[in-house]
Design a binder for this molecule. Structure first.
Ligand SMILES: [Zn+2]
Length: 161
């Protein structure tokens, strides 16, 4: 019996580890320091504190302002500028995906797999479109020497009058 449990635990650990690359939130809450080191970022106290806030709640979407507010509430002493820089550093090493939804706000997504979003304009709330139920039929010709890196679809919603 004990052996079965050990095997299961090992299998789970392997599953979690293999998901880490694309879904940091699935595995990181346990070891933010290790995740940062694996990504080539020095695990400073601030990065670890912000990483814990970011990844402890599963897949989510934050702006620098939202995360800064959470840090204040958790008594993590960081400036908004530091939060902003940290979010960009995490994005550069692939731990976050940046979503430019409109000109004034940059969202960061802990789920870095390919997916699309609904935006509720009234509430300024962003959430995933479940499954892969978006197809883009026609894309424009792209300039010579370029390739499409990815296509982000944001479906904007508002409440019916
Ligand atoms: Zn998302």
């Amino acid at each position: 019996m004990a052996e079965t449990n050990t095997t299961t635990a090992a299998a789970n650990a392997v599953a979690a580890a293999s998901d880490c690359g694309l879904r940091p939130s699935l595995c990181v809450a346990r070891d933010v320091g290790g995740m940062l080191r694996d990504s080539g970022l020095r695990p400073t106290r601030q990065r670890i504190a912000l990483g814990r806030l970011l990844y402890a709640k599963g897949d989510r979407h934050v702006t620098a302002e939202i995360l800064h507010e959470e840090a204040m509430r958790a008594r993590v002493p960081v400036s908004l500028a530091t939060v902003y820089n940290t979010l960009h550093q995490f994005t550069e090493v692939g731990l976050l995906r940046e979503l430019a939804v409109d000109g004034s706000k940059t969202w960061f997504d802990t789920n870095v797999t390919e997916h699309h979003h609904f935006l509720v304009e009234d509430d300024n709330k962003l959430f995933d479109i479940p499954g892969a139920h978006v197809s883009v039929d026609r894309l424009p010709d792209i300039p010579d020497g370029m390739e499409i890196s990815r296509v982000d679809v944001v479906v904007r919603l508002r409440r019916k009058a």
